[in-house]
Design a protein around this ligand. Structure first.
Ligand code: FMN
Length: 369
């Protein structure tokens, strides 16, 4: 199952299954001398499950306590691999026993069974559970701390849930101060309430909803990205698709660019305070796979949660006949709010790697006194 690592200089390896003993991450290549502690990771982990409106979520409310097992000494990274892990305590595997041979439509049960010959851990979605994003979030904590030393800011938030969309583009400060005040993780609090109501309505009907998460990256210098195959947008998109349920990614003007004319879509260059910038940002801060110095704007489309209590058609893989399934157990009627910190983290991991590769971050951050 090779494929659980990302990055070339700042390499994050994710491990663990939904109902296994632990979920964790190993970061190899983090520069020495970065101030880092459990408090940093904990702050990010605590943002994973919104405590405001618990009825919107799965009922698997795990108080994850991060443990740093290596790579940090006297409050600073040492340059050695950093291993961070949490225990899985809230596993309720019996929920999955009855549907072991009935692949949930739109979940990975069928493809994983084919690929791993039935040996994969099916409990709670195993390696394909949204819970694996805990590892991404913990790795992202290290990446975000590193990026913050170089003033790079990564902020994700919910842009829409189902048909409820934010009308206006929020300010950077609005995203920073408001996003985690709502369970929907939407910085427009009035819109967040409508989103939350729509999730509850869907839940009552045995249904689920998807949505869009947007991420704004500011202060990334121009010149980050390694075309051709490691173009910045290529690697960011790859990282985003590591988050389960992400089914579409766009940058800047995205798919709307396809209907625009060149004179509308081209971002005119301008000199501003002695620096080159662009008047508009339909390119979303990336040109030719290299950062332009403009804010990077990324959107990820998230599909509705596969596991719903409404009856669906499937197959019985033991009897090889058509069957029906109603999924019970603890499932989020909408995974978008929980995906917000995971998407932010996946992006931060990619940016930390590319900042090192482009020479903007050295291997050692200063000298110990
Ligand atoms: C944070 C998070 C939580 C998730 N929770 C659930 C869940 O409770 N039930 C479910 O069926 N899918 C859940 N998913 C989605 C599935 O893991 C995902 O749809 C599945 O692995 C198939 O992968 P794909 O949608 O990327 O193709 C969650 C995803 C994320 C990001």
């Amino acid at each position: 199952m090779a494929g659980n690592s990302t990055g070339k200089e700042f390499i994050a390896t994710s491990f663990g299954e939904s109902h296994g003993a632990k979920i964790g991450v190993v970061i190899d290549g983090c520069p020495a001398g970065l101030p880092f502690s459990e408090t940093d990771v904990q702050a990010d982990l605590d943002r994973r499950i919104p405590l405001q409106k618990l009825e919107l979520f799965s009922g698997r409310i795990e108080k994850d306590v991060a443990q740093i097992l290596s790579g940090v000494f006297e409050g600073f990274t040492t340059g050695a691999p950093i291993c961070i892990a949490v225990d899985n305590k809230e596993a309720r595997s019996q929920d999955y026993a009855d549907i072991r041979d009935l692949p949930r439509p739109a979940h990975s049960d069928y493809t994983a069974r084919v690929k791993y010959g039935g040996f994969g851990d099916p409990r709670g979605g195993g390696r394909f559970s949204g819970r694996v994003t805990v590892a991404t979030i913990m790795g992202g904590s290290v990446a975000k701390k590193l990026l913050s030393k170089f003033d790079v800011d990564v902020l994700a938030y919910t842009r829409s849930i189902g048909k409820i969309k934010m009308a206006k583009q929020p300010s950077q400060e609005g995203i920073r101060s408001q996003t985690y005040r709502s369970a929907a993780r939407c910085p427009d609090l009035a819109c967040a309430e409508k989103m939350e109501d729509s999730i509850l309505e869907a839940k009552k009907e045995g249904e689920s909803l998807g949505g869009i998460v947007e991420c704004l990256i500011t202060n990334l210098p121009a010149g980050v990205g390694e075309p051709l195959f490691d173009a910045l947008d290529a690697d960011l998109a790859k990282a985003l698709f590591s988050v389960p349920a992400v089914k579409g990614v766009e940058f800047g003007g995205g798919f709307a660019l396809a209907e625009m004319r060149g004179s509308e879509a081209n971002d005119p260059f301008q000199m501003q305070k002695g620096k080159v910038s662009t008047e508009t940002n339909f390119s979303g801060g990336i040109l030719g796979g290299i950062s332009s110095g403009m804010p990077i704007v990324i959107r990820a489309a998230i599909k509705p949660t596969p596991s719903i209590s409404k009856e669906q058609r499937t197959v019985d893989l033991a009897k090889m006949e058509n069957a029906k399934i109603k999924v019970s157990g603890r499932h989020d009627p909408c995974v978008v709010p929980k995906a917000v910190p995971a998407i932010e983290a996946a992006i931060a991991l990619t940016l930390a790697d590319h900042m090192i590769r482009a020479g903007f971050i050295p291997k050692v951050l200063g000298r110990k006194k």
